[in-house]
Design a protein around this ligand. Sequence first.
Ligand SMILES: Cc1cc2nc3c(=O)[nH]c(=O)nc-3n(C[C@H](O)[C@H](O)[C@H](O)COP(=O)(O)O)c2cc1C
Length: 166
Amino acid sequence: MESREELDLLLKELVKDYAFLVKGFSNPLARQVSRLSAGAEDYRVLKSYIVDLARYANQAYHRDGTDRYMYRAPVLMLFHGDRRAMSYEENAHLVCHHAMLAAVSLGLGSTIIGMVPPIVDRSKLLRERYGIPKGNKVMTSLILGYPRYRYRKSIRRDLKAVRIID
Ligand SMILES: Cc1cc2nc3c(=O)[nH]c(=O)nc-3n(C[C@H](O)[C@H](O)[C@H](O)COP(=O)(O)O)c2cc1C
């Protein structure tokens, strides 16, 4: 997706749908319903992370139109797969990661955006606009753009979970 109007429309839908989630979380009954419908693991992530992030992003949007969902990137790619196909979830993430590597090779910046796919996946309006087939699940998304900053060094990462068994 590359058109500003289309990305602005998506931003409005994100703000609207996340407002609904944030509101739901302030109501104990609605919270219990989402606990049941989301399952224990997703509910924990929603409660400890997503709701706060959405609240903060929506506040920024209402203050001055700031986009804390897609950072006003000029391009967004969505990755989706046929629910009936084997490993469709892994495939979508692999393709997304390859797109990131391709972006780097072209001098572009990219970030995986996990806040967008669940909203698009559940929205009849957005699915129709983007031509997502009925049986497909939107798995992940990527924003792309020309980076404003160039880093000369990256952060040193320790490999936390590599265990060598000899
Ligand atoms: C699956 C996944 C989903 C992500 N979703 C978002 C997002 O919705 N919004 C965002 O600002 N960053 C998102 N990120 C980027 C991370 O916040 C983080 O910047 C990135 O993984 C780099 O990690 P680091 O900060 O540890 O270097 C996502 C990253 C991954 C791997």
